[in-house]
Ligand binder design. Sequence first.
Ligand code: PNS
Length: 164
Amino acid sequence: MSLAVCPGSFDPITYGHVDVVRRARAMFDEVVVVVAHNPAKRYLFDAEQRVALARAALADLPGVRVELVDGLLARYCADVGAVAIVKGLRGAADFDSEQAMALMNRHLVGIETVFVMGDPTLGHIASSMVKDVAGHGGPIDDLVPPAVAAALHQALSTPAGEQR
Ligand code: PNS
């Protein structure tokens, strides 16, 4: 059984993330989606909310589970026997930050990071931009799963009916 980890902030999970997890699952028997803490980010949703939204978004994918990890990602990967970390790359900006993390994680426990190129039809989707669009009352239904859209509207006080 091969196990891979898809880590991220998931604040909140988007259809871009779901696509990466689905593709990771096509390569590995089991995928753990790890909701972790990135000190560079301020979050809209707390950790438990981010986990709950990711679970709702991925509920129909067999062999995929979501865990909250409060600590070093590399150590978690070693503890659960993961053979790889899988991340999506939308472009060069993603590459710069992902390269640094991939090299650090390999340095720490020897784990490899496998990158999948983000689907071009989803390349415009980033959690930060989805929050910005939602905060201005813009349409987000084709960017995030329904439970996430509802949670965003509630958190940002933008009734779904007022989308433009
Ligand atoms: O979605 P993000 O914000 O790009 O994900 C980054 C994340 C959460 C995967 C990264 O910050 C992380 O691994 N945090 C856990 C703590 C850790 O292991 N830090 C060292 C990273 S090399």
